[in-house]
Design a protein around this ligand. Structure first.
Ligand code: ZN
Length: 442
């Protein structure tokens, strides 16, 4: 979650501006929403044509000028950019006045296992905070309400949990909790008055299962928001049944280019004020409603490091439907990317969120993890220029830190991944006989 430091205080007025506007614009007639989105895109294009050397050069070569763009629909005239383009020449995506936007470097592997450095600036941070706030508000959240933030990795190196007083979040890692100490977590949740549970889908799902197994009925969440990975149907169904609430899943990127949020009626709404999302076929034409395609997104607020028509590597099914919840925000029928398998640890628990094991290694072009047997993970790396033994050691150390000594990790440096993309890329592949979805539900 985005947090604000003292140095961010001059962004507060922007958050409050968006707090006012986003609460209204979610009910705007479509024409008014389009006009708002175009005014944001228009400002971004003015900026990129004037201040971002990579775009200026590319668009000049293509014979494009600012006057060619008169509505958001004209964006299709720009080429789609890939993660590889950004990784190859990150400098060219920086604004000439980069430092003035107070950018913060962020590392990501997304869901493709390929490390990438991007930047958040103060404008994109303000929108991120306001847009997440709006999503949570759909489920009754009010700013300042204490919440649980449960992940697959440790937020901090010591202790079972940490209390983040800045955002009133109880931060913890699911792998620290089991039958021997579940009651301790329940007591802490009760003591803090935590009713919103937020985290990786598998982490929240595991916690619901643990509480159910232990017969813990209090406190149950009044609101569940899942982030960071694809929410699987069986995880969603179990959580909803056990907690008696609708799971408010969300899709976002470290790149700050797209946000899609599930509403209480179960639809996935695009936040058009946050980013412009296109669902494209392989030939870059627009997918028809009901058709699955690549999510290509344009973040509307990052002036330091703007990404225009950025191929996210994820997929969704396009839709022209209108949601019954009353919000007029456009919807996608389904999020189809992020289709990783769940790997299993020695205790039979699911492991997720292992993309980050590779994100600090510049020498990694792409990666994939495969499980053929219990207790062993095969990590495959296709090296980029400059890959060294140091990268290999760092990756192994990250796995050890994350999974402990229980899991054996074998690193393979290869020229091609064992399960290369065929339309959809699977970063985590489970080939154990028990890996079928049905058996995982038990
Ligand atoms: Zn809705």
């Amino acid at each position: 979650m985005v947090q604000f430091n003292l140095s961010d205080f001059n962004s507060i007025h922007r958050v409050l501006h968006w707090r006012r506007l986003l609460w209204r614009s979610q009910y705007f007639p479509r024409a008014e929403q389009d006009a708002l989105q175009w005014s944001l895109l228009s400002t971004l294009l003015d900026h990129c044509f004037a201040e971002v050397p990579g775009y200026r050069e590319c668009w000049r070569r293509l014979g494009l000028c600012r006057e060619d763009f008169r509505s958001a629909a004209d964006i299709v005239r720009f080429p789609v950019i890939s993660k590889k383009d950004v990784r190859t020449d990150p400098q060219s995506f920086r604004s000439n006045r980069f430092a003035s936007y107070r950018p913060k470097p962020m590392r990501t592997t997304g869901t493709t296992g390929s490390p990438l450095e991007v930047y958040w600036d103060s404008g994109s941070n303000a929108m991120e905070l306001a847009a997440q706030w709006r999503h949570y508000s759909w489920f009754g959240y009010r700013l300042g309400t204490p919440f649980l933030d449960i992940r697959f990795h440790k937020h901090r190196p010591s202790g079972r949990w940490a209390w983040n007083w800045k955002c009133r979040g109880l931060e913890t890692c699911i792998r620290l909790w089991d039958d021997s100490n579940a009651e301790e977590l329940a007591r802490e949740l009760k003591r803090r008055g935590v009713r919103l549970w937020r985290g990786h889908p598998t982490a929240v799902y595991e916690l619901c299962r643990l509480f159910e197994r232990r017969g813990i009925t209090q406190p149950k969440p009044s609101c569940i928001i899942t982030v960071g990975h694809l929410l699987l149907d069986y995880e969603r169904d179990f959580m909803q049944k056990w907690a008696g609430v609708t799971v408010g899943d969300s899709y976002g990127l470290t790149e700050h280019t797209a946000l899609i949020c599930r509403c209480p009626a179960g639809s996935y709404h695009i936040a058009p004020e946050y980013g412009l999302i296109e669902i494209l076929r392989e030939d870059d034409s627009t997918a028809a409603p009901g058709e699955e395609g690549r999510i290509v997104s344009t973040g509307l607020h990052n002036m330091a490091f703007p990404l225009i028509r950025y191929d996210t590597g994820d997929r969704a099914v396009a839709s022209a439907e209108v949601c019954s919840c009353g919000r007029t925000l456009p919807v996608v029928r389904e999020l189809a990317g992020r289709n990783d398998d769940r790997l299993i640890d020695r205790n039979g628990r699911r492991i997720a969120s292992l993309h980050r094991m590779f994100k600090y290694s510049d020498g990694v072009r792409c990666s994939q993890i495969v499980q053929n047997e219990a207790g062993v993970i095969e990590a495959y790396v296709v090296p980029a220029d400059g890959f060294s033994d140091r990268d290999g050691s760092r990756i192994i150390a990250e796995f050890k830190r994350e999974l402990g000594d229980d899991m054996k990790v074998r690193l393979h440096v290869v020229q091609e991944l064992p399960f290369p993309p065929e339309g959809k890329f699977k970063f985590a592949v489970n080939r154990m006989k028990t890996a079928g979805t049905t058996s995982l539900q038990i």
